[in-house]
Design a protein around this ligand. Structure first.
Ligand SMILES: Nc1ccn([C@@H]2O[C@H](COP(=O)(O)OP(=O)(O)OP(=O)(O)O)[C@@H](O)[C@H]2O)c(=O)n1
Ligand SMILES: C[C@](O)(CO)[C@H](O)COP(=O)(O)O
Length: 253
């Protein structure tokens, strides 16, 4: 860990992954375009990032064939580029977003990778991630404590045998944005792409690629509002969270 002056760790850019189809949500349009109280998930996710005040540029990866629809969603939000992601995996979509983002901002020092599906992530989570990077950590992820007891099972059997019960106090559920020093993320994705080609395995998050390289990843506090909209139940929950936030100022006033 090497602490650098904050201004030396600028500019900060973000890749927003929105190239998934949202099969578990089952909407008629890709998940990023699904409205949440009148505004699409991708629009809300980008707005949240920009509201943090720490970002120079945002690149969104969208599904092939939907680029123009995504562009319309973010057109009025500022310096936001939309490029095609990959249907193969989130990891492949992030890699395409990274290429585009670094073409547009070659001097980026810090890179955030964020899920459009975490549309309600509050700006202070984003600020915490960037602050920890500027304190000298090379990879930072927001996390939440786990509230269920988690079991490890042996898969592939109709009735799955339990093989372990990890100590819950040491488990964390991982959110985004995940933040990285530029070279750390690029090296991790280079190694990850080789593994994906040789073993056919993609990582489900970017920090996993950094861990696989043997580099350190640290956690900061996440937020329950940064939930990932995956199923229709999550969408209902997100709508309820927004409605509750709108009611609170009215009650105070
Ligand atoms: N090939 C892919 C797959 C996922 N993602 C993005 O990664 C984030 C997290 O993925 P998830 O919530 O699983 O989204 P989907 O893959 O769209 O969902 P599903 O698995 O239900 O199809 C989403 O913002 C999604 O758009 C992506 O950019 N490219
Ligand atoms: C990156 C992530 O949101 C961290 O929890 C998650 O791993 C994405 O996984 P998914 O299977 O693509 O939803």
């Amino acid at each position: 860990m090497t602490a650098a002056a904050p201004e030396a760790l600028s500019p900060v850019i973000a890749v927003v992954t929105a190239a998934g189809s949202g099969s578990r949500l089952g909407a008629e349009v890709p998940k990023g375009l699904v409205p949440l109280a009148g505004q699409s998930l991708v629009r809300r996710a980008v707005q949240g990032l920009l509201a943090s005040g720490v970002l120079e540029r945002v690149v969104v990866t969208a599904p092939q064939g939907w680029i123009e629809d995504f562009r319309r969603e973010v057109a009025d939000l500022g310096d936001v580029e939309v490029v095609a992601g990959s249907s193969a995996s989130r990891q492949a979509s992030v890699a395409l977003g990274l290429e585009a983002a670094l073409r547009a901002q070659p001097d980026a020092a810090l890179i955030l990778v964020h899920d459009a599906a975490r549309a309600l992530t509050p700006p202070d989570v984003i600020q915490r991630v960037v602050a920890a990077l500027r304190e000298g950590h090379e990879a930072v992820i927001p996390v939440m404590p786990v509230t269920d007891t988690i079991k490890e099972v042996r898969t592939g059997e109709a009735v799955e045998p339990i093989v372990a019960t990890p100590d819950r106090s040491r488990l964390r559920a991982v959110q985004t944005p995940q933040g990285f020093v530029r070279e750390t993320l690029l090296a991790a994705h280079r190694a990850g792409a080789q593994r994906a080609a040789s073993e056919g395995l993609a990582a489900s998050d970017d920090a996993g690629l950094v861990e696989a390289m043997g580099a350190g990843v640290v956690a900061v506090a996440g937020d329950s509002r940064a939930l990932k909209v995956t199923t229709s139940l999550d969408l209902l929950l997100a709508e309820a969270l927004l409605a509750a936030e709108e009611r609170v100022p009215a009650q105070r006033g």
